[in-house]
Design a protein around this ligand. Sequence first.
Ligand SMILES: Cc1cc2nc3c(=O)[nH]c(=O)nc-3n(C[C@H](O)[C@H](O)[C@H](O)COP(=O)(O)OP(=O)(O)OC[C@H]3O[C@@H](n4cnc5c(N)ncnc54)[C@H](O)[C@@H]3O)c2cc1C
Length: 404
Amino acid sequence: MSDLHVIIAGGGLGGLALAQGLHRAGIGVTVYEKDPTPAFRNQGYRIRINADGITALRAVLAPEAFEVFAATAGVPGSRMDTFDHHLALRHAQDLPRVAGLPGGGHLAVNRNTLRQILLSGLDEVVHFGARVTGYTTDPAGTVTTHLTDGSSATGDILVGAAGVNSAVRQQHLPQAQVIDAGLRLLYGKIPFADNETRAAVPPELLSLWTTVVGPGRRFVGLAPVQYREPIDRVTARLAPSIALSADSDYLTCVFGARREQFPSTDEELFAMSGAELRALTVSLLQGWDPRLVDIVSCQDPASIFAVSVRTSVPLAAWDTSSVTLLGDAIHVMSPAIGIGANTALRDAQILTGRLTEAAAGRPLPEALRDYEEAMRGYGFDAVRESAVHGRQLVGQDLLPVASA
Ligand SMILES: Cc1cc2nc3c(=O)[nH]c(=O)nc-3n(C[C@H](O)[C@H](O)[C@H](O)COP(=O)(O)OP(=O)(O)OC[C@H]3O[C@@H](n4cnc5c(N)ncnc54)[C@H](O)[C@@H]3O)c2cc1C
């Protein structure tokens, strides 16, 4: 074990991937996660993992954990087609496949399953019920992280990985902006337990991701998670020490629109029950192909919740210090192309690499500067690309012109 000790604020996909990488590299690491337990909060549903995400997971996870990840992922192919509200194909897109990666670089995973895999083997590392409020830097060059219960912990580096509202980002980079992208999503899932529901979905809507766009650029996004083998059989076969919750096939269903398209205020929207959100969705799909309305009506009401889409504004370079950032904490983006988590995983892989070099003697400031330069490049490119695509497809607000 090296002398370096890294503190990570936030145990989401990015923070845990970094913890996995550092732990495996023999670098001391502690994660503080505000949720009291891993199952405390609905983590969301299907998440697309692309070639960057798969490559990063292969780098940070133990080989058997990576095998479990690959075997519990759905392989939905590489099509991301766009239909109009009469289900006429408007734009066909077949993404390139990457040789040597599972699913050709296109996987659809259940977010909670991935998070459980990322937590495996980290019992001593991750502290739940620990909310980070800020930090102080110490004259010796170390950094002390403060928690809501009044306790603190000192390490050589603090990584802010607590997502869009990161307290570490707000303290470290008060000039960083996170803005409303103008879109609201009603995010739910359609269980496929009953095969009748699956059979009612036209096969062309069961690809990697399907967008159906209607009047006013209201849209429905559909994406399946279909397991190739029951989860308990995968873990029994590949890694009995990894405990995963059971899950069964489903279709993620997202209704989205610009906020003015909703008849309710944000306050009302965010107070609605799942059943009310489903009824609202159906009411906003009048005149759409009845097959689509029927599909949306099959959403499990208990699964539906509202999301306000936010985006960071790309930022000019800052001075490197013993505090750095990763994932949505620094480059939150609209989910228009589904690459936010993949970018967070890429951060985790690169930061693991640079900190491993520092543990072996490379000057720490130089290693962190390398990470931040690379991360600002691809991370803010992903923010811009997501904003452009979200604008073209569904009318997302433009990023402010002054952005770097
Ligand atoms: C509807 C939707 C669909 C999406 N689909 C995709 C997709 O298909 N593919 C993709 O790549 N991306 C997708 N994304 C984006 C993706 O969800 C995020 O980019 C990703 O979760 C970022 O990971 P993270 O670890 O940086 O942050 P988070 O996942 O937000 O994790 C942050 C963690 O920090 C914890 N935390 C917060 N505050 C504190 C605190 N003060 N102290 C301690 N802990 C704290 C939180 O509880 C959480 O566990 C989607 C986003 C949305 C909204």
